[in-house]
Design a protein around this ligand. Structure first.
Ligand code: NAD
Ligand code: FES
Length: 296
């Protein structure tokens, strides 16, 4: 069992928990994720790691309830425990594994949208601790939904907060701020990392393509096993079939067909859709995990 040490609301319907998971905390790196199960029969929920403390043996997770399982998570309190807390899964961020001297040469921009701010924070923190200060744009619908502003302000080179409704910080979506910084404020970037809802990552990539800034995105498609077996998290990166759980979650955003990824995400939610995907995707759909029904 994995004890919850702290549980509470960060903002709106965004929740934060600190969980005792020493083995995950010892080995994880920014960019990786965990799969969490509340009890024996619970659904497996992939969640990005927002922070970790190797000495205390804890992992901080941030989530938004989107289904029955995550809704149940919101009722958990300090002292309760998760049945399973599997990780670290996925590949760490390239920026944390590339030679540091190469990373230090880059002018890096992070773009965080809504709950996607949670996976951005550990990367920016890790880079700061290794002598690399990056610029960060944080976007939220409205003032009350801005998360981790204080934490990011302590580790970012420059932090730009923007709200869609203009209630706090700059006004407008993150893509507007990218454009403003580069086109009107003389900023130069040669690497961008954009993490947030799929639609945001799509438009960030269209913007950075125009501005000629290579861009990495973190894909969070539906996941079942998280170990490359079920095929649920299949994404096309250019002409290549990739699985977000083992090959990602980070990929070259300029090679992703976001419209296809969003369509697939919607189709995967119905049994009929999964059966159709199986037909189209053949061997790479895998199936057979007994969970998705796409093999029926
Ligand atoms: P949101 O809808 O509030 O959007 C956050 C910000 O993204 C907005 O404030 C805006 O600046 C930008 N944005 C949204 N649509 C845009 C568009 N069309 N063009 C340009 N910019 C746009 O975000 P939310 O409600 O916090 O998002 C929840 C979603 O984020 C869920 O679907 C969840 O799955 C996803 N998510 C993704 C990751 C990941 O790793 N990619 C991590 C956590 C959550
Ligand atoms: Fe990635 Fe199953 S979740 S292959």
């Amino acid at each position: 069992m994995y004890k919850i040490l702290k549980a509470g609301k960060l903002a709106g319907n965004i929740y934060e928990m600190v969980v005792e998971a020493p083995r995950v905390a010892k080995h994880c790196l920014p960019g990786q994720f965990v799969i969490v199960k509340m009890d024996e029969v619970g659904e497996r929920i992939p969640l990005t790691i927002c922070d970790y403390d190797r000495e205390a043996g804890t992992i901080t997770i941030v989530f938004q309830p989107i289904g029955a399982s995550t809704e149940k998570f919101t009722k958990l309190q300090a002292g309760d425990a998760f049945r399973d807390f599997v990780g670290p899964l996925g590949m760490p961020s390239d920026l944390c594994t590339e030679p540091l001297e190469e990373v230090k040469k880059k002018k890096i921009l992070f773009v965080a949208g809504g709950v996607g701010t949670a996976p951005v924070y550990p990367q920016v923190k890790w880079l700061h601790e290794h002598g690399v200060d990056v610029d960060v744009i944080v976007g939220a619908k409205t003032k009350d939904l801005v998360i981790l502003e204080k934490e990011l302000s302590e580790v970012a080179g420059n932090l730009y907060v923007t709200t869609d409704d203009g209630s706090y910080g700059r006004s407008g979506m993150v893509t507007k701020v990218i454009e403003d910084l580069v086109t009107n404020e003389g900023k130069v970037y040669d690497h961008c990392v954009a993490i947030g809802p799929m639609i945001m990552m799509k438009f960030c990539c269209l913007t950075t393509k125009k501005l000629n800034i290579p861009t990495i995105v973190s894909m969070n498609p539906i996941m079942v096993d998280g170990t490359g077996m079920c095929g649920a998290c299949r994404v096309m990166v250019g002409d290549e079939v990739k699985f977000a759980c083992v090959d990602g979650p980070e990929f070259d955003g300029h090679k992703i067909d976001f419209d296809a990824a969003m369509k697939r995400q919607a189709m995967y939610k119905t049994e009929e859709g999964r059966a159709l995907l199986k037909l189209r995707e053949g061997e790479t759909h895998h199936g057979g995990c007994g969970n998705c029904g796409g093999d029926k």
